[in-house]
Design a protein around this ligand. Sequence first.
Ligand code: MN
Length: 325
Amino acid sequence: MGVGATGIRVSTTYRPDMGLDETSSSAAGRWLPVSNPFGVHALVWTGGWSPEEAEHAISSTAAAGYDLIEIPALDPSRIDIADTRDRLAAHGLRTSLTLGLTFANDINSEDLELVAAGRSTLMSALDITRGVGGEYLGGVIFGAMDKYPGPTSAAARANSVAVIKELAQEAAGDGITIGLEFVNRYESNLLNTVQETLDYMDLVGEDNVVVHADAYHMNIEEDGFREPLMRCGDRLGYVHIGESNRGYLGAGTIDFEEVFGALVDMDYRGVITFESFSSAVVDPNMSNTLAIWRNLWSDGMDLATHALDYMNTEMDRARDTIGTR
Ligand code: MN
């Protein structure tokens, strides 16, 4: 079950607001081209979440043409729930919340105090997600987003699974999806690949838990993009599109034709969120953890509009390719 996976399921149905792309295949029996919901990470706009910063991020996201803003919730206490909810509604935006745990609140640990602290953080983040009208809570929520000094253990993994299971059961009551963003080896020792994430999800055993795939991380850990993405099937529920250098799409080495080709081929209809980081916009909680030292861009609007155009172009190209073979 993907987030917002409300694609058109019969070829005779047409949603007026999406527009038909004349170059796309819409032959009987094939899906009509439907735009996935596109999101952008708030760090493209601002590193904080004061009312002024929230307004800047939310209004800019809408002005750039996105459907959704992804709000980082590493520090849930800094988010004014009512204020954020009202601003999202005023601009007609959907939202998702993401965070990474730390070594101080790590549920991927044998230390039950740390596990309890992490559980508390996640439940607070779920309260915020619910409160702002979010539909998705994800990220590196299964453990610390940091470089571990060694591999995980069976006991630490079991603690993580138990908390995520409880979180998912809590979230299900509000129709909120829980996403596991597997990340590169320098940011987790638990989930680095699609397969590890699928195996972990089997242990959790809750329907509202999905794979959150990030091209940046897959580029480091997977053999490629197409096969692992397609292996997820309908368990893929959220996608991050980020370049190999975290900057402008197309300016790095990631094979986005393969990435978007797989998403179209597997009929993925969920959220696709653009993620990029520069030293020009800093969240102390996050930028240092992600090792954002260089200034790759300074104009968030130029970056975000370029990315949305890039993603739409790649999706259209993939639909054309698949429609003609
Ligand atoms: Mn990501």
